[in-house]
Design a protein around this ligand. Structure first.
Ligand SMILES: [Zn+2]
Length: 237
């Protein structure tokens, strides 16, 4: 079990945060780390001066399905790249930095932060279904937030890892990184300040996921997830 801390992920960054760029961002991170998310359930607020969009953000194409087949379907195991060179060919620069280098997109720039359309969110790298719209909520933190993965908090689609990368910054500590278990794509972090029934907030980079709207009158998930456990289970880790 990795301990979770009620920590805010909101850093107002001018570029994806990576381990390489972390040192340069320390002052800004320290100054903004105390920014608190509003209580769960409150409407999301857009800041008065929203930062400019980055490639891969809401004003840019999500990618080319002819280049990245995961945009349209779940890949077979032998179709999943194994090298950074292969990933770079398929992903946008932001998607690569976030998913393969553990970066973080700027708050309030992601394509799905405000999305309420019924449907399924899949891994941008391998196409695995990860989250459903039913577990999505407005956290106000600037990133898409979910109450549970598609197969529940004890499911198999999401892996957790101890993240000590920001633990020395004020207001931070040991965080819990979440990744796609199938392809190891970095997705974001999970915090224990979410709403019922799980009390969890999966804070996910929009650049790490792609969205399939539910067909009219149909069910949200057309592609079966790896696990079969229902969402909303009580955390037992
Ligand atoms: Zn994946």
């Amino acid at each position: 079990m990795i301990p979770r801390r009620p920590l805010e992920m909101c850093l107002w960054r001018t570029r994806p945060l990576t381990r390489r760029s972390l040192f340069a961002l320390l002052p800004a991170a320290a100054a903004t780390a105390v920014t608190a998310a509003p209580p769960a359930g409150q409407p999301q607020r857009t800041p008065p001066s929203a930062p400019a969009a980055l490639p891969g953000a809401s004003t840019m194409p999500n990618g080319d399905p002819t280049v990245n087949p995961a945009l349209t379907r779940r890949l077979d195991d032998d179709e999943i790249p194994t090298s950074d060179a292969e990933w770079r060919k398929r992903l946008t620069p932001l998607q690569f930095e976030v998913t393969r280098k553990k970066g973080t997109e700027r708050a309030f720039t992601g394509a799905y932060t405000d999305t309420e359309t019924p449907g399924t969110y899949r891994c941008i790298c391998c196409g695995e279904p990860l989250f459903k719209s039913g577990e999505k909520f407005h956290s106000g933190c600037g990133w898409p937030s979910f109450n549970a993965p598609i197969d529940g908090v004890k499911g198999k689609t999401i892996a957790e890892h101890e993240d000590r990368s920001l633990m020395r910054l004020p207001g931070f500590g040991i965080r819990t990184e979440v990744t796609c278990r199938r392809c190891d794509a970095h997705l974001g972090h999970v915090f224990n300040d979410g709403p019922p029934p799980t009390g969890l907030r999966y804070c996910i980079n929009a650049a790490s996921i792609t969205f399939d709207p539910a067909p009219a009158g149909g069910t949200p998930a057309e592609i079966a997830p790896a696990g079969d456990k229902p969402a909303g289970e009580k955390p037992g880790r």
